[in-house]
Design a protein around this ligand. Structure first.
Ligand code: SF4
Ligand code: SF4
Ligand code: ZN
Length: 261
């Protein structure tokens, strides 16, 4: 199996996999979304909430905040069901507090965490608005969890793959350039009286080029063992960590099956 990184930045990873089958690639996709643990606020004790926002809505908003969950940050933290404390302890949870008095907009940065590594990834997510003399005072507990339990623990915003496109021109091609003019993604460009393929990975296989070709001499197909995979996260965990962790989870599952058989 070949693997090649096409594009990578802090929150996004695009790579090519060659020589895999669709079941394997889809298993990795599902595990990336559903079984890679991240941290999210799971319990909120509201001491005071004078704002117009209902307690439940505020708790829901807090639950959806992306919280730093990379390997270094969560080191030493265990899943709640692996902890025998029965409630909240430093091994399985991170306490956070929020105390603000209006008038002001309360932002994610106002949430104070007991663990400096485990805190909201972004400072400027608005949580609620307080008018003159209104107050909010709460205590929250963040815990590890997986997307299968609740969407707030999903690390990925985009996690998808597509077949690797294949584009060929028949011998009858007259280099008229119509296909390049019809391509909405700039994959084909007409330069010096000939059509050039610029970035095949950007092709969505929409077939606009095929429809623009009077003689239908451009062929669009795909290689069913070659994929372009994209992972974009909410910032709580780097995409390469999501992929590596998903591979570990899949490998553990395979080991378990072998053991059972
Ligand atoms: S439209 Fe058809 S004939 Fe014209 S350049 Fe494209 S493939 Fe060739
Ligand atoms: S299939 Fe669509 S995206 Fe791909 S080259 Fe043709 S027009 Fe462009
Ligand atoms: Zn515990």
């Amino acid at each position: 199996m070949e693997f090649e990184v096409i594009n990578k930045n802090k929150d996004e990873l695009v790579f090519m996999v060659n020589g895999a089958d669709i079941a394997f690639v889809n298993a990795i996709r599902r595990i990336c979304m559903m079984e890679v643990p991240t941290i999210a606020i799971d319990d909120v004790n509201l001491v005071k909430n004078d704002s117009a926002m209902f307690n439940e809505v505020l708790a829901h908003r807090l639950g959806l905040l992306p919280i730093a969950s990379d390997i270094k940050s969560i080191e030493g933290l265990v899943m709640p069901d692996e902890c025998d404390c029965g409630e909240y302890c430093p091994q399985c949870s991170v306490p956070m507090t929020l105390n603000k008095k209006g008038p002001c907009v309360v932002y994610s940065k106002d949430l104070e965490s007991l663990d400096q590594k485990i805190k909201p990834v972004y400072d400027t997510i608005p949580l609620l608005k307080l008018k003159e003399d209104e107050e909010v005072c709460l205590e929250a507990y963040a815990q590890l969890g997986i997307g299968k339990e609740h969407a707030k623990w999903q690390p990925t915003i985009v996690c998808a793959y597509k077949f690797y496109p294949e584009l060929t021109f028949g011998d009858e091609c007259t280099s008229c350039g119509n296909c390049a003019g019809a391509c909405p993604r700039g994959v084909l460009q007409y330069n010096n009286n000939k059509v050039e393929i610029m970035d095949l990975t950007n092709c969505s296989m929409c077939k606009s080029c095929y429809r623009a070709c009077d003689d239908r001499v451009i062929n669009i197909s795909f290689d069913d063992s070659k994929f372009i995979f994209k992972i974009e996260t909410d910032g709580s965990i780097p995409p390469e960590e999501v992929l590596l962790k998903a591979c570990d989870v899949l490998s553990d599952k395979a080991d378990k099956i072998i053991e059972i058989v």
